[in-house]
Write a protein that binds this ligand. Structure first.
Ligand code: B12
Ligand code: SF4
Length: 656
């Protein structure tokens, strides 16, 4: 297959060589299913501008299709997972297998495009299906190459074998660049490098992305010493190092350790070349989104780089600010340069939905950008990370909404001023609460991330914080709760004692939100007991879930939310349910509400004739259960939103 460059530059600034770079995004990032991760597009855009052809492979998205193969769904539905111990049929991955085996089409639109990233509906089942295959490698994965051939990796090895890499790899491929932002991509990345080397030893394999940037040098050395299928690792900004490695590979003069920002083996030893300053985003050419990869996705939100680094940059638990060694801590893009890329992407791909790639959008940028969008009459929507900053006042927030800002994601974490100060967050309690109220008044939707147990938080402080956000819950679209995790690469990880943490392996049982065990610092925070911490998390999670499902209930109108009249026909909403017999009981999982109800034997026995979606009436229920029993069963089914009007079309039955 020749190298493709559908979205290459009009005028390359350097002569084209005769090679090309293949950029792969390996599994497993299940929250990126249905999306297009920007790392390969930004690198491809840069390489195109230097006259280098590229080919992008989104192997994560293709992995989703692999999991959706009917054979795999059937097996998963029965609790049989590739290379893993069987799972209980009540587990979510089995529910997902059974439900998707019947209704796989619910994840595609009429043109076959993927709706995997949809926020409501059954898309979350795809994540549930994938999650058992997630490998968050511990240190032994770096040292013991035999683990690569263990049963645990079978799904990935089978997947790569199914891709026919030999014919997929262009003959001119020089380096294969593998992008590894998340920890659970590391093992699949190593397996991909191995699979490629097996068939094409001439192809140089290069790993890059945040997982490598955050990895400490001794782990990196172990990786390179044991996994010889990796020829080089690039840390931090990837543009210039990848170009240099391509040039070496194309010229047949492979000397990776001479390239700034590269780690590689030389004379049996690992060398870590210090990174050079990365490009300023103002000089970045537009990202090259591959039209073929975009065409598969519904409602694709395109990422555009707004900045590298955070304009605040002081939060001690933050890893975002650790990704740019060698460069100034903050490189903000001018509105002019950002708008130029935005307009380019609209012209080239006719996209309307954007996400700003930024750790937090600066208020001054937000103002000028919003004004520019309005001045040009652009019909777009966008979202961004932002931090609570008093300069986001009502007037600015309104301007942003008018310019198409759909929502802001806010890493608020807590409202406790003492703790916020300890970890050097910018805002205090008062500022956080003001921001929430003002955003609500301005019509700005907020998605707030909470960390209830930032270092030194006591039980009382955590619960006060929960009361604060609960009071303002109506002003917020959604809350996501993360357990605090100390990562080795952050300021907290470097100086845990300053934050009251006691380093201890296996200490932090709840915390693996970064999904990157190699970077995890085991610790104990004496401010709360283990039980208190678990209780706090349960309370926050219950609150966030309750808040989210209240939203879902407000939007979903297809379920009966009232008791039907005596002769009104209704039926079980079987298309939205997974019904699993357990002895004489039925375990019913509501796919849209993501809730599980166990119908006791006495209820389950009577429902038999209607489990396939056959319409029924109250009168018929009374005939089976008696007047009081019939009314109680009906209340339970309505309360769990398991019923729909009989006229709502007859789907296939819930029981296979
Ligand atoms: C947007 C985003 C997401 C989105 C992705 C949306 C999409 N379109 O797919 C979503 C919401 C899905 C997401 C999810 C998660 N994310 Co996230 N996410 C980000 C964020 C904010 C921006 C990513 C981005 O667009 N970057 C822009 C590209 C251009 O930058 P880049 O990938 O770093 O690439 C540059 C270099 O790294 C390098 N490079 C990258 N690849 C390669 C390859 C080669 C060969 C070379 C040479 C160089 C190279 O060159 C590039 C250009 O300079 C980053 C933070 C950040 N600033 O990167 C976190 C980040 C990637 N996420 C992170 C995490 C932890 C997660 C979650 C695990 C969190 C969670 N528990 O929910 C989940 C994943 C869960 C799962 N298993 O599915 C971490 C990963 C660090 C780590 N490995 O520990 C990051 C770095 C944030 C952090 N804490 O510092 N995320
Ligand atoms: S505001 Fe967010 S991105 Fe910036 S330093 Fe703090 S946690 Fe990190």
């Amino acid at each position: 297959m020749p190298c493709s460059n559908e979205s290459g530059p009009a005028e390359p600034v350097a002569a084209r060589g005769d090679g090309c770079v293949v950029l792969a995004f390996p599994p497993l990032v299940e929250s990126s299913f249905g999306r297009y991760f920007p790392s390969t597009t930004v690198l491809a855009g840069f390489l195109h501008s230097r006259g280098v052809r590229t080919h992008q492979w989104d192997l994560n998205e293709e992995f989703a299709l692999h999991l959706l193969d009917s054979g795999h769904l059937t097996e998963a539905g029965a609790g049989r997972l590739v290379g893993l111990d069987g799972c209980h049929p009540e587990e979510m991955s089995a529910v997902a297998g059974r439900w998707l085996a019947r209704r796989r089409d619910a994840l595609f639109d009429e043109d076959g495009r993927h709706t995997f990233a949809a926020e409501s509906g059954p898309a979350f089942l795809l994540s549930a299906l994938a999650q058992p295959y997630l490998i968050d490698p511990e240190a032994e994965w770096l040292t013991d190459a035999a683990l690569m051939r263990s049963e645990r990796t079978l799904i990935y090895r089978a997947y790569y074998a199914s891709l026919d890499l030999a014919s997929r790899l262009p003959a001119e491929a020089r380096p294969l660049g593998i992008s590894v932002p998340m920890g659970p991509q590391l093992v699949p990345a190593l397996l991909l490098a191995e699979a490629v080397k097996r068939i094409r030893p001439d192809v140089r394999t290069v790993l890059g992305g945040p997982t490598l940037s955050l990895m400490n040098e001794s782990d990196l050395a172990r990786l390179l010493e044991v996994h010889h299928q990796v020829d080089a690792v690039v840390r931090f900004d990837g543009e210039a190092p990848l170009l240099a490695l391509y040039q070496q590979a194309a010229a047949g003069e492979w000397r990776p350790t001479e390239v700034r920002g590269v780690s590689a083996m030389a004379d049996g030893e690992t060398v870590h070349a210090l990174p050079a300053p990365g490009l300023h985003p103002n000089t970045l050419p537009p990202a090259a989104y591959d039209p073929a990869l975009m065409a598969r996705l519904v409602g694709h939100e395109m990422g555009i780089v707004q900045a590298r680094g955070c304009y605040w940059g002081k939060c001690d638990y933050c890893d975002f600010v650790e990704l740019y060694d060698g460069s100034p801590p903050y490189r903000g893009r001018s509105v002019q340069s950002f708008m130029a890329e935005l307009e380019h992407q609209v012209r080239t791909h006719d996209v309307r939905h954007f996400e700003l790639i930024t750790e937090s959008i600066p208020p001054a940028f937000a103002r000028r950008f919003s004004q520019a969008v309005l001045d040009r009459g652009m019909d777009i929507t966008w979202n961004s990370f932002a931090m609570v900053d008093r300069r986001f006042d009502a007037e600015l927030l309104q301007l942003m909404v008018r310019a198409g800002c759909e929502y802001l994601i806010i890493g608020m974490e807590t409202t406790n001023s003492r703790v916020l100060k300890l970890v050097h967050k910018s805002a205090d309690r008062q500022e956080n609460l003001r921001f929430i109220r003002e955003a609500h008044r301005a019509g700005m939707k907020l998605r707030i991330n909470l960390i209830p147990d930032l270092p030194s938080t006591t039980l009382e402080e955590a619960m006060e914080s929960l009361r604060d956000v609960a009071e303002l819950a109506d002003c917020v679209e959604s809350f996501t709760v993360f357990p605090f995790e100390a990562t080795r690469s952050s300021e907290v990880g470097r100086h845990p004692e300053r934050f009251g943490l006691v380093v201890r392996d296996g200490g932090s049982v709840l915390a693996n939100q970064a999904q990157y065990a190699l970077n995890h610092l085991g610790n104990i925070d004496p401010a709360m007991t283990r039980e208190e911490r678990i209780g706090v998390h349960r309370a926050f999670k219950d609150f966030a879930i309750g808040h989210g499902s209240a939203h879902m209930r407000r939007t979903g109108d297809e379920f009966l939310d009232r008791l039907p009249g005596e002769d009104e026909a209704f039926r079980l909403a079987v298309a939205s349910l997974d019904v699993l017999p357990r002895g004489d009981e039925l375990v019913v999982t509501h796919i849209l509400r993501r809730e599980r109800t166990v119908l006791p034997a006495v209820v389950a026995r009577g429902l038999g004739p209607w489990l396939d979606g056959t319409p029924l009436t109250r009168r018929e229920l009374t005939d089976v259960y008696g007047p009081a029993g019939g009314a109680a069963v009906l209340r339970q089914l309505v309360g769990a939103q398991m019923l729909t009007a009989a006229t709502a079309g007859r789907p296939e039955p819930a029981l296979a």
